[in-house]
Design a protein around this ligand. Structure first.
Ligand code: ZN
Length: 508
């Protein structure tokens, strides 16, 4: 059996290496590639992914996995790692073999071309130029869903890629309960926001020197424990984190010269993702276990550092002097309390990535509804901008002035990522469940953050979440930490507590 595990490792190492090589090409495509190279890059990525797919679906790998799973089923396995590796490899193999090489190549090319078309369409506010790419990507995703198979609805198959076992009907019911609680909260805050003493963003909507924003982003990443010997920070249109190894986890950020939040809080967000991947057990290197276990768990880490730590009063009190001394003219005589209120202003807005914590999930619900309708065929690509605007009006009371600030704002659909958005809300919800448990275990995180001590929280996350990689499923991790399953209770309590105080209104 040991020889067979070694043989499995050898095969998986190659597949993982090919995937990481392709990820480097994609990272480069988002950061440094010259404009004229997108078409050739699309072909290179497609070639690498096709080779990886051939390896991932080879008959030899299938036989090996079937032998190993029979052996594991028949014996008491003392090697938990081998058991996890075989379980995850079987899941990946079963998924991969359902997709034809032709479909994988078509998806890879259409995604790379789609991203380039989206970037130009957003710049020129030209939805019509992006529409044919979107149509093709939806068509391919429907084909993919049919090939993968699903429980009730094709969208189930797309969700399952990012969150194992998650059903469309479950998301619908979680979202509908959350919406029922959230809409009245947003309304109460909006009423209180009319008072002239309510928090306002004015303080952080000034000129902030771009180079100093960059330096501050580097500084805060290091402060949180991001290891620059095993990563780097670059600029991209849409911030993201990506890993080519446990020892090479990169992040990107973007700067707006007249708005403080995108670079600083965007960096904190990506740092949260990167800390997860840098914290995976190094012995999982070059295996499928060296990855986040699900996108919901991944997003719980980014939101925890961005919001529960970064937007907390303790953090702002601790770090405001540093921020103020970087921007003396913009922040002048402001206090930490003024800054805390400014970075926690609730305002229904058009752009998801700049949304406050309270309204953020409404942006996700809009995308989820539209995706379901696009995949089921109820909504056409031609009618999408109108449907988008109507939902923004209905959920957030705002209407985009142009498609660039509306339907064209996110990269996800251009890279064929359908079923991805709901995991953002799952991440928000989970971040509070995990934070509350860590807070209890550590005897209060607030005072540590106030003293600039972030290591105890990071160690707790490493122990309970990061180190496991994919060796534990999202539901196992959630159950081990909380003793139960995902629930919006903690998140709603946090929102009511924090924003009730900020807006001086009773949200209970
Ligand atoms: Zn994220």
């Amino acid at each position: 059996m040991t020889n067979k595990i070694e043989e499995l490792m050898r095969r998986l190492n190659r597949i993982v290496d090919l995937g990481h090589a392709s990820a480097i090409l994609e990272w480069d495509q988002e950061t440094y590639i010259p404009d004229g190279a997108h078409e050739s890059r699309a072909k290179q990525i497609s070639t690498l992914r096709t080779i990886a797919h051939e390896e991932a679906t080879s008959g030899g790998l299938g036989e090996l996995l079937s032998d190993l799973s029979n052996n594991l089923a028949g014996a008491v396995v003392d090697d938990k790692r081998a058991e996890a590796l075989v379980r995850v490899a079987i899941r990946d193999f079963e998924k991969a073999t359902k997709l034809s090489t032709r479909l994988v190549a078509d998806l890879a090319t259409s995604e790379a071309m789609g991203k380039d078309a989206w970037r130009r369409a957003r710049e020129n506010d030209d939805y019509a130029a992006f529409a044919p790419h979107l149509e093709k990507l939806i068509e391919l995703n429907i084909e993919k869903a049919e090939a993968l198979g699903y429980t009730n609805r094709p969208y189930d198959a797309l969700l399952d890629q990012f969150e194992e076992g998650l059903l469309t009907s479950t998301v619908e019911s979680v979202f509908s309960d959350l919406r029922d609680e959230l809409v009245p909260i947003v309304k109460l805050i909006a009423d209180s926001a009319r008072s002239h003493s309510a928090p306002s963003e004015d303080l952080i909507r000034h000129f902030f020197d771009p180079q100093k924003q960059w330096d501050l982003s580097l500084g805060v990443a290091q402060l949180m424990g991001y290891d620059f010997d095993r990563g780097r920070l670059d600029k991209s249109a849409h911030p993201f984190s990506t890993a080519f190894s446990i020892h090479d986890v990169r992040i990107t950020s973007r700067i707006e010269s007249d708005f403080f939040s995108p670079a600083f809080y965007g960096t904190l967000h990506e740092v949260g993702h990167a800390l997860y991947e840098q914290g995976i057990d190094p012995s999982y290197e070059r295996t499928p276990l060296a990855d986040g276990t699900s996108l919901g768990i991944h997003e719980s880490q980014s939101r925890l550092w961005e919001n529960l730590v970064g937007r907390s009063e303790s953090f702002v009190k601790f770090y405001f002097d540093t921020i103020q001394s970087a921007f003396p003219s913009a922040l002048g005589d402001a206090t930490a309390r003024d800054f805390y209120r400014a970075v926690n202003t609730v305002r229904p807005s058009l752009i998801r990535v700049e949304a406050d914590e309270v309204t953020y999930n409404l942006h996700i619900m809009i995308r989820f509804e539209l995706e379901c309708d696009l995949i089921s065929g109820k909504l056409s690509v031609a009618d999408l901008p109108e449907a988008w605007n109507a939902l923004y009006k209905s959920y957030l009371g705002v209407t985009p002035d142009c498609n660039a600030n509306g339907v064209l704002q996110d990269i996800h659909w251009s890279m064929g990522a359908f079923g991805y958005f709901p995991t953002y809300t799952l991440g928000n919800i989970l971040s509070c469940q995990f934070y509350d448990q860590a807070d209890a275990d550590l005897g209060g995180i607030g005072p540590m953050v106030l003293a600039g001590e972030f290591a105890p929280l990071l160690s707790w996350l490493r122990e309970h979440i990061h180190q496991h990689g994919r060796s534990q499923t999202a539901s196992q991790i959630t159950e081990d930490i909380t003793g139960g399953s995902i629930s919006a209770k903690n998140w709603l309590a946090y929102i009511r507590r924090k924003y009730g105080a900020l807006y001086n209104c009773d949200l209970s």
